[in-house]
Structure formats: structure tokens, C-alpha cells
Design a protein around this ligand. Structure first.
Ligand code: MN
Length: 226
């Protein structure tokens, strides 16, 4: 099995850590305290070229990652495209801020939800399947315990022709499912700091938002004059 630092090569190659505030891929000393029993998950709302949600699961010392353009749903009927991206370091889980324009993923990031997960994937005989094996099989099932999201989710590699990194994120049918909710619209703020992506963008100087403020004020003025 590849070590976390070998897995993070792609992550490091894409970024200039002198220019981005994102965590580096530097290996860190093992945690002194015993590891919490449950691995973590995080969903970061990321306004790069387009707005999307990055789903990350802690697996074998790194964060396995997917970019989900429409974000997660609580409706089991929804199939949300989830594009597999490079593994991220564990430290990325609490990154919130602005990646400078021109850098990889340039734009604003907030921690939209975070918590722990349990692996609930079993084989046909009902025996547990390890997450790393489930990833290779292209069929992951986890139970999330977040601030916003709860319950079972499946992440399934599509069998369609096309890029091999396309997966689907699906809500499983359980008591936490709710077809009527629009959870990304209802709960837009950071689960870590309570801030919206707009607030973090303005504080961090995301040029696109900073430019928008005078425009929005001007629009407001011209409306009140009319
Ligand atoms: Mn992203």
C-alpha cells in the first residue's frame, strides 16, 4: 500500500505552497494521542471556476476526494455526479480561506459540513468490506454523522463510457432521508465558523467578490434612485 506522502504527490505537484494558504503535503509526526476510533469526513464548499462541493473521506492516512458540482442531497432519488480528484492531506479537513487567483483551485473554500463516518459496505454474504477495497471495487457505502448530513450515502463509480473518475453520490433510504429538503440551500454556512462563503471570500480578498461589492452597492443606489 502506498504511504500517505506517496499518495499526496499529485496534490503537491499541483500547488505552490509559497503562494497558496492551503496545507502542504509535508508528512507530519504521528499523532501523540491515540487516533479517534471513527475516521472523519468533510464537505468543503469551493467557489473555484465554478461553485462545487468537495466530499472527502479519511482513508489510510489521506482524504479521498470527489468534486460534487451540485453538492450532496437528502433525497434518495437524486444522483449527484462526483468527480474523483487527487487525495488531499488530513490537515485539509479544516481549511477555510481564499486560494489566490491563478493558483490551482483558485477561489474561496468553507467547511460546509464535517464529522465522522462509519463504513457500512458489506458483500453479498453480508461480510464487511474495507473502505480501501470498496474504493477499488467502485462501490463505497458510509454512514455519516455530520453537523448537517446524517445517514447512509453510497459513492458508486459509473459504468458508463467516459472518464474513469466519474462516480455518483447517492443518499441511501433510511430515517435520515428527506426528499423535500434542499440542504445546501437551507444551510449554506460553514459548519466550522458559521460564516458564509461570501463572508470568507470578502475577508480573504477573493478578487471576484471584492469587485462585486462596489457593483452591488452601485446597483442598489441606482434602484433606490429610480
Ligand atoms: Mn474543489
Amino acid at each position: 500500500m502506498a504511504t500517505p506522502s506517496a499518495k499526496l504527490k499529485k496534490y503537491a505537484q499541483k500547488r505552490d505552497f509559497k503562494k497558496t494558504p492551503e496545507p502542504s503535503a509535508r508528512p507530519r509526526p504521528p499523532r501523540r494521542k491515540p487516533k479517534p476510533k471513527l475516521p472523519m469526513f468533510v464537505i468543503q464548499k469551493h467557489h473555484a471556476t465554478a461553485l462545487h462541493y468537495d466530499l472527502r473521506l479519511e482513508v489510510d492516512g489521506v482524504l479521498k476526494s470527489w468534486a460534487v458540482p451540485k453538492g450532496p442531497s437528502t433525497n434518495p432519488a437524486d444522483k449527484r455526479l462526483a468527480v474523483e480528484v487527487e487525495d488531499h492531506p488530513l490537515d485539509y479537513a479544516d481549511f477555510e480561506g481564499v486560494i489566490p487567483a491563478g493558483q490551482y483551485g483558485g477561489g474561496t473554500v468553507i467547511v460546509w459540513d464535517h464529522g465522522t463516518y462509519r463504513n457500512i459496505k458489506t458483500d453479498k454474504a453480508g461480510r464487511p468490506v474495507e473502505v480501501s477495497q470498496a474504493l477499488r471495487n467502485g462501490s463505497v457505502e458510509v454512514w455519516l454523522e455530520g453537523k448537517k448530513l446524517r445517514g447512509g450515502y453510497a459513492i458508486v463509480r459509473t459504468r458508463m463510457t467516459g472518464p474513469k473518475n466519474n462516480w455518483l453520490l447517492l443518499k441511501l433510504k433510511d430515517e435520515a432521508a428527506d426528499p423535500k429538503r434542499d440542504i445546501t440551500a437551507d444551510e449554506p454556512s460553514s459548519a466550522l465558523s458559521g460564516r458564509t462563503i461570501e463572508e470568507v471570500a470578502l475577508e480573504g480578498g477573493d478578487p471576484r467578490y471584492v469587485r462585486l461589492v462596489p457593483q452591488a452597492l452601485a446597483r442598489l443606489k441606482s434602484k433606490t434612485r429610480a
